[in-house]
Design a protein around this ligand. Sequence first.
Ligand code: UPG
Length: 413
Amino acid sequence: MHAPSLPDRTIDAYADVTRSDRLERLRSLADTLADSRILHVNSTATGGGVAELLRSIIPLCNDLGVDTDWLVMDADDEFFEVTKAMHNALQGSGPPLTEEMKATYRTVNEENAIELEDEAEYDLVVIHDPQPLGMLDHLEAAMPTTAIVWRCHIDLTDPSSEYLAFVSEYTARVDHAIFSRSGYVGDTAVPETSIVYPSIDPITEKNRALDAETVATERNRLDPLSFEDPLVTQVSRFDPWKDQFGTLEAYRRASADVPDLQLALVGGMAGDDPEGLELYEQVAEEAAADPNVHVLTDLPDSGVNVLQRESDVVVQKSLREGFGLVVSEALWKRTPVVGSNVGGIPLQIVDGETGYLVGPDDAAAAGERVVDLLEDDDRRAKFGRNAREHVRERFLLPRQLVELLDVLADELD
Ligand code: UPG
């Protein structure tokens, strides 16, 4: 296990974007937890939504006086191939689950859990996603008084029953499980559950307002992409559920009406996702023939910020999506989003008000909605204003933190 380095955060920095009663509630919950030691465990320090959330939540909890650590599992590709299969199968399709895969999963989890024995005693451990759940086998014996909360970030609308049964062997033994939507609990064996929507952090380099000089620098760096011509962007890990091929199809449909349209497909590789490189290569190959399609990897957060801010429309054509931080990231920057009506996306896109929802298999409809928005500057501006307010109230970090600390305080009561 290793501890990622973290930025500084102070709760005062959120005063401008948070109702005062919410801030007071946060401080009072933090007081309740002041004598507790809390640990969050996940499987990657970089890339992807879970790392994005923890990078803000952990320092903010500490600023509030709640002693909170974050440790990331150490594992090799063999383990991550098993857990990526698990992730895919829990979202809807994956290979058969073999005894060998289960053995790899258990061994790596045990090795990581043993390392925890040398760490200080925790009152509560939050396990993020299925990868570290197997640590329970060891933790139950080594830390018998520690409360365990499972935080599930994935879309469990239609999971493979074989994998769900395997994961349920563990989830049945945690004290509490948190899901991102009520529809995800389904047949998962869990003692008690809460629903907490994820959130974006408005003060990070990715989401904060940028001065004109930074915008100009990032725009130059993105050359030959032009900000003078219409631009559609999707920001996603290279993962089959993000459906970059569907986004390409939607772009082609839209280009028939808007010939100078450009598409930016921005993606990164998460440390726990061995599929990413292969998918990136397939997407890049398919995009290579069209000079108006730009497949961009490893952009700095300020570059992602500029693209989400300066694109005319953002697309999120996922086939499954636990929540989809990228949707709120774009909406917060007043950019309307055309997204699939799956998982957490419809919580964020109010159809006809902050963007448009389309069926996950309907790339043509996505393309048509992009055209509708590109052809109407006033509608884009109006949706952008609505989008900012929608996210301000519902999907910023202080709201999520209140709900998370509420669950943790209950468990430690
Ligand atoms: N990102 C980058 N650069 C890239 C690609 C992605 O910075 O090139 C960031 C992106 O800005 C966002 C994060 O990575 O902050 C991706 O988060 P998200 O859109 O939420 O997707 P996942 O990585 O798939 O995150 C998982 C779930 C998702 C959920 C999230 C938190 O799949 O649905 O919102 O966990 O619960």
